[in-house]
Ligand binder design. Structure first.
Ligand SMILES: [Zn+2]
Ligand SMILES: [Zn+2]
Length: 207
């Protein structure tokens, strides 16, 4: 399994591309700069097997519709976040407009299963509400890669003061992540990557 990190947009939200030797790819959190993401996919010769969104904040999904139009593939997102993903309130002026809606009626609801597989790439969905009502972390068990969205950051955690945020839920979600093995690599939606072991030992919010 291979992982590419592409910082996008004004908030440097990181879009991750997880791909296998068969050139199949899962695109996670295509936040902005659709053409940059598409170029990287093309350069690596990858086929998009699915788009997976950890949550629906505008800085994480603004490139979804444009990518999906050019490179169609299933979209997976928690229903609790899909419910408001394209509402007028989901913009971050002046940096992000209201996200365009991809041409699908509903996504594959991430809450409907723990174990997922697209084109031979397996992952698990860990529901981690608190930053948003439908927040999820995505775990690729081999070799232990966690795409953490805005739930867990190196030395910090997601804010809970935005609409739909809930500090008690976030605490419970961080407790879930604490159960993962030490050597799981954590790739957050913003900033540096880390490991579960490092965060359990040093992150105040994981104590
Ligand atoms: Zn967010
Ligand atoms: Zn974010």
């Amino acid at each position: 399994m291979h992982i590419e990190a592409i910082p996008t947009g004004a908030f440097q939200e990181i879009c991750y591309i997880v791909h296998n030797d068969a050139k199949q790819a899962i695109v996670l959190d295509p936040g902005d700069d659709a053409e940059v993401i598409e170029q990287r996919l093309g350069k690596l010769g990858l086929t998009v097997a699915a788009y997976v969104c950890t949550h629906a904040h505008a800085d994480h999904i603004n490139a979804l519709a444009a990518l999906h139009a050019n490179l169609p593939a299933p979209v997976a997102m928690h229903s609790n976040d899909w419910a408001w993903a394209f509402d007028s309130a989901n913009q971050i002026a002046p940096y992000y407009p209201v996200p365009a809606r991809p041409r699908i009626d509903t996504p594959m609801p991430l809450e409907s299963a723990k174990d997922w597989e697209f084109s031979g790439i397996r992952f698990q969905c860990i529901e981690t509400p608190g930053h948003t009502p439908g927040g999820c972390c995505i775990l690729f068990p081999e070799p232990g890669i966690l795409i953490a969205g805005d739930t867990l950051f190196k030395g910090s955690c997601g804010r809970t003061d935005l609409p739909g945020g809930n500090p008690r839920q976030l605490k419970e979600s961080l407790n879930k992540l604490k159960q993962l093995p030490d050597d799981v690599l954590v790739f957050p939606g913003h900033g540096e990557d880390t490991t579960i072991g490092t965060e359990r030992a040093t992150n105040f919010f994981m104590q």
